[in-house]
Write a new protein. Sequence first.
Length: 185
Amino acid sequence: MSAQSLHASAVDSLWNWDTDSDDAESLRHTMLAFLDSAPDGCLRSHVPGHITASSLVLDEDGSHVLLTLHPRVGRWIQLGGHCEPGDGTVVDSALREAREESGIEGLRIDPRLLSAHTHPITCSLGVPTRHLDLRFLVRAPGPASAVPAVISDESQDLRWWPVDDLPEGAEKETIDHLVRLAAAR
């Protein structure tokens, strides 16, 4: 696998994304333009910005969401991170990140893009950059009470939260929006 396969899969995910708003449609075209100009745009070494892959991890019935207290961001957010050269696709990246950050085996990913977002950040490069985040829906293999998550070294904390009772410091609007999109599937 290579930067080329990651790039091609990101383009494919964006083209096939069933957007839910004019803003999402505009973001799709902006990200496609970025990728058209950045053959290595899925790798963190692309300093001006790079594609990242995130997972909205829900338990089996969709009543709980797994969130990480991100050490750099300082808020409760969905799992995810950088694409790696060994990942074949952005879907592979999102699922790998979810497994690494949760310790949960048996996660199932919906390969259709759920959402996208872009934000400035100083990530592992140590310099300001921009993450162009592709978000996917991932389901745990049971109810939250039966699926223990293990905190990785990439998190300050990791917990299941009822989707209607998110913690203080969570990106509530974003998570609520993602949960609504997931429920529509």
